[in-house]
Design a protein around this ligand. Structure first.
Ligand SMILES: N[C@@H](CCC(=O)N[C@@H](CS)C(=O)NCC(=O)O)C(=O)O
Length: 271
C-alpha cells in the first residue's frame, strides 16, 4: 500500500480530506453544526492528487471528500462518499440528534430518502449540467439541454417538498438538508436559476443564515460556487481560467477511459 506523505497523514481525531470544490463543504458544514474539532487536509485536485495511490487507499474512487477518524480507543475508521461520511459523523458525534433523526424512528426514513436522492440524483445531474454548461471544451447542446432540464425537474421536486415541510426530511435540520444545500447553493454555476423555485430559495436563504453554515462555507476557502460568488464582477478571471484549464483537465483525465460504444442490434434500425 502506498505511503501517505507525512504532511497529508491523518492526525489523532477526525480528519477531513477535501478541496475547494463542492461536495467537501458538506462535511465542514456538518462538523461545524456538530461543533466538533477536525483537521482539514487539502487534496490538490487540479494537480491530480485525488488519483494518487496513497489517496486511493483512503478513497478507492479517487474523489472528494473522505474522512479518517483516529479514535481515542486506537481504532481507525476510513469513510468515503459524502453521504456515508455524513452518516458516520451523525453516528459518532450526533448523540443529541442535532442534525439527524434517530435511526429507525419515523423521521429517519425521509432523512435517508432525501440524502439518497441527493447523492443518486440531484448531485450527479447538477454536476453533469455544470460540466456541459461550463466546462466542455466544445459545445454539446443536447447534453446541456438534457442535464439542465433534469436539474430543473429535480429542483421542482425539492420545491414541492419544501412547500410542505420546513426542512427536507420534516421539522428538523438533518444531514440531508446539508447535502442538498451545497448544490442548491450552486445553481447559477450549474445553469439553474434558484429564483424560479421560491421554496428552495427561502430554505437556502434560511440555512445560509446559520452560523455553522457560514463557518463551514469558509473551509478551506470561501465557497467559490455560490450564486453570489460566481456573479461578482471582481472575481471573473478565476472563473474564466477555471473553465478554460478545468475543462482541459477534465478532458485529459477522462480520455484514458474512452472506448467505443458497445453496439446493440437496434443500432441497425432506421430511427
Ligand atoms: N458521490 C460522490 C461525489 C464526489 C465527487 O465527485 N467529488 C468531486 C469534488 S466536488 C471530485 O472529487 N472530483 C474530482 C474528479 O472528478 O476528478 C460524493 O458524494 O462524495
Amino acid at each position: 500500500m502506498a505511503t501517505i506523505p507525512p504532511e497529508k497523514a491523518p492526525k489523532p481525531g477526525l480528519n477531513v480530506y477535501g478541496y475547494a470544490s463542492v461536495n467537501p463543504y458538506k462535511l465542514t458544514i456538518a462538523a461545524e453544526e456538530l461543533n466538533i474539532p477536525y483537521n482539514y487536509i487539502n487534496i490538490d485536485m487540479p494537480a491530480g492528487e485525488a488519483q494518487a495511490e496513497w489517496y486511493k487507499s483512503i478513497n478507492p474512487n479517487g474523489r472528494l471528500p473522505a474522512l479518517v477518524h483516529n479514535k481515542e480507543d486506537g481504532a481507525t475508521v476510513t469513510v468515503f462518499e459524502s453521504a456515508a461520511c455524513l452518516l458516520y459523523l451523525v453516528s459518532e458525534f450526533d448523540k443529541d440528534n442535532k442534525i439527524s433523526y434517530p435511526v429507525g424512528t419515523p423521521g429517519y426514513w425521509p432523512q435517508l430518502s432525501w440524502l439518497s436522492w441527493q447523492v443518486a440524483g440531484f448531485g450527479p445531474m447538477m454536476g453533469q449540467a455544470c460540466f456541459f454548461n461550463r466546462y466542455t471544451t466544445e459545445p454539446v447542446p443536447y447534453a446541456s439541454w438534457r442535464y439542465t432540464s433534469e436539474a430543473r425537474r429535480l429542483h421542482t421536486v425539492l420545491d414541492r417538498q419544501l412547500s410542505a415541510t420546513p426542512f427536507v426530511g420534516g421539522d428538523r435540520l438533518t444531514v440531508a438538508d446539508i447535502a442538498i444545500f451545497i448544490f442548491a447553493h450552486s445553481g447559477k454555476w450549474c445553469g439553474v436559476d434558484i429564483n424560479e423555485f421560491p421554496n428552495v430559495k427561502a430554505w437556502r436563504d434560511k440555512l445560509i443564515q446559520r452560523p455553522a453554515f457560514q463557518k463551514g462555507l469558509q473551509i478551506p476557502v470561501p465557497y467559490p460556487y455560490s450564486d453570489e460568488a460566481v456573479s461578482s464582477p471582481n472575481g471573473q478571471d478565476f472563473y474564466t481560467n477555471l473553465r478554460k484549464y478545468g475543462g482541459q483537465m477534465i478532458k485529459g483525465a477522462t480520455e484514458q477511459w474512452k472506448g467505443d460504444v458497445v453496439p446493440v442490434p437496434s443500432d441497425h434500425a432506421n430511427l
